[in-house]
Design a protein around this ligand. Structure first.
Ligand code: ADE
Length: 230
């Protein structure tokens, strides 16, 4: 899968892909990641990429031309399945969206900054607007990294254990049950006996019950939805 990230701050995008699973996804060839500095597509002799707002008001707006030139050039090579703009007024990212995106071949993620991006880019190029939560970040880079991480770990072969992505919180509509490792007794707190029993069916039942309890307590709206589907 190819992911192209368009940003004014390419250095911000480096660390998340240099470690752990994302690094391995790149090394194994599952992810081809391209970070593009929008400034390189500026037509202005000062490499300007933002300008004041029409109508007045504080804050600069990202100019349409450099972004359009960058996207046109990239699309001429391989058309994008989705061109995503990360923005707090987008659709909230959830697991079904990550699942769907992990099945695509080539996506672009545009990171906004300052006051935002000229509306004409959003209308002419953007196919999907995504928010990672109901709060405002200083720019789209961290949101783009979150989306890429959520998507790339779902590409078959990226996670060592093929089943582990299927057992994630949200994949079946429930939160994950608690997990334990050694020692069996940590400062007087024991690991639940059933997990030490080796009885696979009992363990599966316990985990399902715990997932139900956790979801009901922490995310009642997910619990209701799950119970309606049962
Ligand atoms: N840019 C700024 N805040 C954001 C958010 N919550 N989600 C996605 N992109 C953003």
């Amino acid at each position: 899968m190819q992911i192209h990230i368009l940003t004014l701050f390419p250095e911000l995008m480096e660390a998340p892909f240099r470690h752990s699973m994302m690094k391995r996804a790149i090394e194994k060839g599952h992810l081809h990641l391209y970070i593009h500095n929008i400034r390189n597509w500026s037509t202005n002799k000062h490499n300007q990429v933002d300008d004041t707002q029409y109508g007045g008001g504080a804050g600069m707006v990202m100019m349409p031309e450099p972004i359009a030139r960058c996207l046109d050039e990239l699309q001429a090579e391989t058309p994008f399945d989705e061109i995503i703009f990360v923005t707090p007024d987008g659709e909230l990212l959830d697991q079904p969206t990550a699942n769907r995106l992990s099945g695509t071949q080539n996506i672009a993620i545009l990171c906004g900054h300052y006051k935002g991006v000229d509306q004409r880019i959003r209308e002419k190029y953007i196919t999907k607007e995504v928010s990672i939560g109901n709060y405002v970040l200083t720019g789209g880079e961290l949101a783009a990294a979150v989306i890429a991480d959520a998507v790339v770990r779902l590409i078959p072969g990226v996670l060592g254990d093929e089943t582990s992505a299927l057992e994630d919180s949200f994949q079946d509509g429930l939160l994950s049950p608690p997990v334990y490792t050694r020692p069996a007794d940590f400062r007087g707190i024991p690991v639940p006996e059933v997990l030490q029993s080796g009885h696979t069916a009992n363990i599966a039942t316990w985990r399902h019950e715990q997932a139900l309890i956790r979801t009901r307590e922490r995310r009642p709206e997910l619990y209701e939805k799950f119970m309606q589907g049962e």
